[in-house]
Design a protein around this ligand. Structure first.
Ligand SMILES: [Mg+2]
Length: 226
């Protein structure tokens, strides 16, 4: 007879450390996509007398150059580079911030388990603060690691080396869940094998699977059904 403690999926039975990305894994990436692909380009167009399409193209080009780099995730960098109040713009739309379906229940189950639960995010401190004001997400974690505090993005090996120096997790008993394939590849390169790819980070877009990683549509799949 099996006795299930809590409602976590049995895939997590042999896991004692759960590392979770935030945006697109726990919180709906629809907010970030809206901010960076729509709301901020519109503000940039207004400030610079461009039409929206021109502004979108100009910003997209600049975003691509820095994608995956620490400064890409840095609100201060973009405030300075675009001469816009990026923090203020984020706050204006904070009603759009929210959990992905089932993510909060998953966090509640994890919190009542014996597992160590870590937030491992590229999110800038300011964005984390704004999202916490709306969702109180930081309350669910034993520890929070941001790439800005560590000084390297998750896409880069020094992030994992330093995280491991601070946490000394056992890779065999650790699962890492993220929606970003470059980040998952970086974690794999470091030696993490238990990786899960979130295939639907934005609830308004279709899921996209990747053949190189085990996919879950969302973390709600890790909560067992009654
Ligand atoms: Mg993410």
């Amino acid at each position: 007879m099996t006795t299930q403690v809590g409602k976590l999926h049995t895939d997590l039975d042999d896991i004692d450390t759960v590392m979770l990305d935030m945006d697109g894994t726990l919180l709906d990436l629809a907010y970030d996509n809206y901010m960076w692909l729509d709301y901020i380009p519109k503000a940039y167009a207004r400030e610079n007398d461009l039409d929206e399409e021109q502004a979108r193209r100009a910003l997209y080009e600049r975003f691509m150059k820095l994608q995956g780099k620490l400064s890409w995730y840095c609100l201060d960098h973009w405030s300075e580079a675009l001469k816009l109040d990026i923090e203020g713009l984020h706050r204006e739309q904070n009603q759009r911030i929210g959990y992905l379906p089932g993510a909060q229940s998953f966090l509640e189950e994890l919190a009542s388990s014996q597992k160590r639960v870590l937030l491992v995010t590229n999110s800038h401190e300011t964005t984390l603060q704004i999202k916490t004001e709306v969702t109180d997400i930081v309350a669910y974690f034993d520890e929070i690691y941001t790439s800005h505090a560590i000084g390297a993005a998750k896409e880069d090996q020094p992030f994992w080396e330093q995280l491991h120096a601070k946490e000394s997790f056992d890779p065999a008993r650790t699962v890492f869940i993220d929606d970003n394939l470059s980040v998952l590849n970086s974690a794999r390169q470091f030696g993490l094998d238990n990786l899960l790819h979130v295939t639907q980070p934005d609830s308004t877009r279709a899921a996209v699977n990747d053949e190189n990683f085990n996919g879950i549509q969302g973390v709600s799949e890790l909560v067992a059904r009654d």
